[in-house]
Design a protein around this ligand. Structure first.
Ligand code: SAM
Length: 294
C-alpha cells in the first residue's frame, strides 16, 4: 500500500482515481511528513486510544494515526474519497471509515461503539469552512472527547489562544478558553498542502479541562454577554449590552452590574477577561433574583 504524506504518492493516487478537489469541502491534503509527525506527537496518541479523525481525505494522516492508536474512526463527507480510502487503508484493521457529515454524526455513540465508552481524542486537518462549529461541538456538546489536536487557519488558532488587548481576542477565544487549555503546536505554511491554501495554517492542541475554567451561575447568559460585547466592538460595554437583541436588561441594571464588578462606566467589552465576564453575568443574575424575589 502506498505510504502517503509525500507529494509523489499523493499525486499518484489522485491521478489513479481521477479525483477532483472540491473547494466547497475545504480539501487541502497534507504532503509533509514532518508536519504529520508533529501532529501525532502533539496528540499523544497511544494504543489505548480511540481516535476520531475528521475528514481523512485520501487517508494520509489516517495511516499515521492507525500506526499509533488502538482504533481510528474517520468521518469523511465526500463519497468520491471512500474508494480511495479503501485502498490506502487496506492494511489497517483498526480503522473504521464512515461516509458522513461530522456535524450530523452522534459522537457519543461512536465512543461507545469503538472506544468502549471512554473519551476519544480528536485529531484532524480540519476543513476550514466549518472550523468553529466543529470545535464548539466537540467542546460544548456531550461528545466524550478529552483532547483535540487540529490544523486550522493560522488566524483562527491565534484567536483561540489570545487574551484581552489583542485584535484577535473575541468570542471564540473566550468560548475555547472556558472549556480548554489551548496551545499552538506549530505554524504550517501553504506549501505543506496540495492544493496550496490561500492562508497560513497552524496546529493547535486543545486540552479539555476537567471543569470549566471559571465558575459562573448562568453560563448561557455569560456567553450572550460575550457575543453582544464583541458584536459591537466599537461601542462601550454598556451600550453594546444595552442595544443587544439577545438581551433585555434595562440600561440602569447593566450600569449597576458594571459598577458592582469594579469596572469603569465607559469600559469596552474587548478589554474584559473571562473571569470578568463571569463576574458580570453573576452580577446580572443576582440582581435579577433580587428583583424577582421582591
Ligand atoms: N486529512 C486529510 C489530509 O490531511 O490530507 C484531508 C484534510 S482536508 C483539509 C479536509 C477534509 O475534510 C476533506 O477530505 C473534506 O472532504 C472533509 N470534509 C469537509 N467537510 C466535512 C464534513 N462536514 N464532515 C466530514 N468531513 C468533511
Amino acid at each position: 500500500m502506498p505510504v502517503l504524506g509525500n507529494p509523489k504518492n499523493t499525486i499518484e493516487i489522485i491521478q489513479k482515481y481521477n479525483f477532483m478537489f472540491q473547494k466547497k469541502f475545504g480539501q487541502n491534503f497534507l504532503i509533509d511528513t514532518h508536519v504529520l509527525d508533529k501532529i501525532i506527537r502533539a496528540a499523544e496518541v497511544t494504543k489505548e486510544d480511540c481516535v476520531l479523525e475528521i475528514g481523512p481525505g485520501i487517508g494520509t494522516m489516517t495511516q499515521y494515526l492507525a500506526e499509533s492508536a488502538g482504533h481510528v474512526v474517520a468521518v469523511e463527507i465526500d463519497a468520491n474519497l471512500i474508494p480511495i480510502l479503501k485502498e490506502t487503508l487496506a492494511d489497517y484493521e483498526n480503522v473504521t471509515v464512515l461516509n458522513a457529515d461530522i456535524l450530523k454524526v452522534d459522537i457519543a455513540e461512536m465512543a461507545r461503539k469503538y472506544g468502549g465508552g471512554r473519551p476519544m481524542k480528536a485529531v484532524a486537518n480540519l476543513p476550514y469552512y466549518i472550523t468553529t462549529p466543529i470545535i464548539m461541538n466537540l467542546l460544548e456538546g456531550s461528545a466524550p472527547v478529552d483532547n483535540i489536536t487540529v490544523m486550522v487557519q493560522k488566524e483562527v488558532a491565534d484567536r483561540m489562544q489570545t487574551g484581552p488587548g489583542s485584535k484577535d481576542y473575541g468570542a471564540l477565544s473566550l468560548a475555547v478558553q472556558y472549556y480548554a487549555e489551548p496551545y499552538i503546536v506549530a505554524n504550517v505554511p501553504p506549501n505543506c498542502f496540495i492544493p496550496r491554501p490561500a492562508v497560513g495554517s497552524a496546529v493547535i492542541r486543545l486540552k479539555k479541562l476537567p471543569r470549566p475554567s471559571v465558575e459562573v451561575k448562568d453560563p448561557e447568559l455569560m456567553f450572550k454577554l460575550i457575543r453582544a460585547s464583541f458584536n459591537q466592538r466599537r461601542k462601550t460595554l454598556l451600550n453594546g449590552l444595552g442595544n443587544a437583541a439577545e438581551l433585555s436588561f434595562p440600561k440602569e441594571r447593566i450600569a449597576a452590574a458594571i459598577a458592582a464588578c469594579g469596572l469603569e462606566p465607559a469600559v469596552r467589552g474587548e478589554t474584559l477577561s473571562l473571569a470578568q465576564f463571569a463576574a458580570l453575568a453573576d452580577a446580572l443574575t443576582t440582581a435579577g433574583r433580587m428583583i424577582a424575589g421582591r
